[in-house]
Design a protein around this ligand. Structure first.
Ligand code: GAL
Length: 687
């Protein structure tokens, strides 16, 4: 790994795109391992993740270790030139552990203590669990920490198991004492004057366990913050053991996208040598591609540079009640899509399909059918592609991988805030709103970054702020000064409503941002499910609207019907040499697409490649050390032709001769002159 400095972090640049995935040799015998190595070589796999769920095999009885099998697997991999991430297996404590330490099992809010039998059955703050995690991390680090094939540490797996039991209660109180110091300050922050909740002693405070009616929202959000910090402390402890054992290999833990979020990623990212993520499509339809872009842009934001895709499903898209087959071309386009947006890897769950256990129907690089299969041919095809694009790995000297001029401000606090009950409209989620904004920009072909509120915003023309319900004073200042200096800030409904204690800022909505937006809303008008609200200019809103009075702003679109007819719905206020726009309703996706496309055009943010989106082609530029690279992913139905200057690394085609891009196809262009790349429908007869 070589390093390019970016701020405090060192960009993660392995010697090749890491290709492979979770490997569970404990499910087979050595004859299959030999077969695996042969197939890995055939497919050009260079990295596997070992040990994610191997605790019971590695430590069959407390303190008794059996590593002979792992020694052998690592020896075979190393002989074949295949590197490995070594996981600490702490996401799945073995039955002996839970039998011996029943207090270390997690407890649900209703008091049910879970039992082993699946995975993730542990209370993260239980001392016995933490000690057992430290011991096994130490053992693995002492044994394998300086192995030449070790690419890195995969600590735990997808932190995110919440616990509401007695250990959590004690740890939560410790966290609260550190945050508030004095009980009176907590009582004030939580506004415990409401419903007679005043605490007289720290020990009276509980996690938000089942109670008669809705919880205190400040308690709820603090519990989420505590849980994230507690899991981070558990991660840090394992890394400390690894470092004390002398291992210097990079450490990471795989974040999980897209559906749940139990971590505050900005603080976690600072503790990792490289940020990694697991990403599973949330739709089998065309929106899956927008989802890849969303997950990748988020992760690149958290990482502040290159990152690792630790898992995706090679052959399936799993929905609530069925798994759809993922075609080869989609698997390849998705894999290149992650790389285009900063991933240094294409790693999958999993190498070989299991024949037993709970995930026996999960997709794999080697399916049940074995090597004579469409799926394994796809595995080989991707391996070839990744070798051809190796030069893309090294990031630009300033560490920025994207040339985005638009950023979305993201913070987990607001995800959690919108999950607290009893908001005027509990159907609204943070994820949906952020995703919908990102989708509109993606559909317009515009590159997007995701940034932490307060981050360096140099180089952006616009910051979009979807549903940032919880807002710190510094964030308000940050947005104001961005606008003052010529930027465009686009703020959605449910932003700037509350301070960090979930206390509403009074005097009109959106409290903290009223001044900057030049408006004041005295009341919210929530819509019924499915109700549509027309705005002037043909836009349509849903779910939410507000009775807005203009102070300094002007109206861009008014409500065109209903009780708010004639009143402003979308407003614009000048701020210094920039502007602040407010969108007071949840625009339906098509309206949102239209609105953002128009705004981008107005402020001069161009799509990455003019005309590409209309052809169903996604164009992404990844900035590199010597050159920049344009990735073209054809999700559409009609053949296209690409011309200009540059070389497609996948086919070695010189664009000067015209590059045919078939539906489903991909290209990775080493650019000579970005402005001269053009895309158009293929001439009739060309396929
Ligand atoms: C991930 C997990 C893997 C596997 C996979 C299935 O979230 O890390 O172990 O369960 O999901 O999609």
């Amino acid at each position: 790994m070589s390093g390019a400095k970016r701020g405090a972090a060192v960009a993660y640049v392995p010697d090749r795109f890491l290709y492979g995935g979770d490997y569970n040799p404990e499910q087979w015998g050595e004859d299959v391992w030999r077969e695996d190595i042969r197939l890995m070589r055939r497919a050009r796999v260079n990295t596997v993740t070992l040990g994610v769920f191997s605790w019971a095999k590695l430590e069959p009885r407390e303190g008794e270790y059996d590593t002979a099998w792992l020694d052998r697997v690592i020896e075979m991999l190393t002989e074949a030139g295949i590197g490995f991430f070594l996981a600490t297996p702490t996401a799945s404590p073995p039955p002996w552990f839970t039998a011996r330490y029943p207090d270390a099992l997690n407890v649900r809010p209703d008091g049910t203590r879970l039992a082993h039998g699946s995975r993730d059955t542990y209370a993260v703050s239980a001392p016995a669990y933490r000690a057992a995690c430290r011991r096994i991390a130490r053992m693995l680090a002492e044994r394998y920490g300086d192995h030449p094939g070790l690419r890195g540490w995969h600590v735990h797996n997808e932190y995110g198991t919440l616990d509401y039991g007695p250990h959590a209660a004690a740890a939560f109180r410790r966290w609260l004492r550190a945050r508030y110091v004095e009980l009176d300050r907590l009582n004030d922050a939580w506004m415990t004057a409401f419903w007679s909740q005043r605490y007289d002693a720290w020990d009276e405070i509980l996690p938000p366990v089942s109670t008669q009616y809705v919880h205190n929202p400040a308690q709820l959000i603090d519990f989420r913050r505590y849980s994230s910090d507690e899991m981070l402390a558990a991660y840090d402890e394992q890394v400390r053991e690894i470092r004390q054992a002398g291992s210097r290999a990079p450490a990471t833990t795989n974040f999980m996208l897209p559906t749940w979020n139990h971590l505050e990623q900005w603080s976690w990212a600072a503790h990792q040598d490289v940020v990694s993520v697991d990403h599973y499509l949330d739709s089998n339809g065309p929106d899956g591609e927008a989802h890849v872009a969303y997950g990748s842009d988020l992760t690149r934001g958290w990482a502040g540079g290159p990152w690792l895709l630790m898992e995706q499903n090679p052959t399936g898209v799993i929905t609530r009640d069925r798994t759809y087959t993922k075609p080869t071309s989609r698997m390849i386009r998705n894999s290149l899509g992650y790389i285009a947006r900063g991933s240094q890897s294409s790693l999958f769950f999993q190498w070989r399909a299991s024949v037993g256990g709970s995930e026996q129907w999960h997709g794999a690089l080697v399916p049940h059918a074995g090597e004579d299969s469409r799926a394994f041919a796809a595995t080989c095809e991707l391996g070839e592609h990744l070798e051809k694009i190796a030069e893309v790995l090294a990031p630009s000297a300033d560490g920025r991988l994207s040339a985005a001029e638009v950023a979305i401000a993201w913070h987990a606090d607001s995800w959690w805030a919108l999950e607290t009950p009893h908001l005027p409209n509990d159907a609204l989620t943070y994820r949906d709103e952020v995703r919908a904004v990102h989708r509109s920009l993606w559909r317009a072909g515009v590159a997007t970054d995701v940034i932490r509120p307060g981050a360096d915003a140099t180089g952006y023309r616009a910051i979009i702020v979807p549903c940032l319900y919880v807002i710190a004073t510094e964030t308000v200042e940050w947005l104001r000064s961005f606008a003052e200096q010529g930027g465009t800030v686009i703020v959605s409904y449910l932003t700037g409503i509350a301070d960090e204690t979930m206390r509403i800022v009074t005097g009109g909505y959106p409290g903290a941002l009223r001044g900057m937006l030049g408006i004041s809303a005295e009341e919210v008008e929530v819509l019924a499910p499915g109700e549509r609200l027309e705005l002037s200019g043909g836009l349509v809103g849903s779910e939410w609207s507000e009775r807005i009075a203009l102070r300094a702003a002007s109206s861009l679109h008014d409500y065109a019907a209903g009780v708010l007819e004639g009143l402003p719905a979308i407003t614009r206020n000048r701020q210094g040499s920039g502007e602040a726009i407010y969108v007071s309703t949840k625009l339906e996706q098509e309206s949102r697409d239209e609105f953002f496309a128009a705004q981008m055009k107005r402020i001069g943010v161009a799509p990455v490649l003019a005309g590409a989106a209309d052809l169903g082609v996604e164009a992404i530029v990844r900035r590199g050390r010597e050159r920049d690279y344009m990735f073209l992913l054809h999700h559409g139905a009609d053949a296209a032709t690409v011309t200009g200057q540059g070389i497609d690394l996948l086919t070695s085609t010189d664009l000067a001769n015209g590059l045919a891009l078939a539906p489903g196809g991909s290209a990775v262009i080493r650019m000579s002159d970005a402005d001269r790349i053009a895309i158009m429908p293929a001439t009739p007869g060309e396929k």
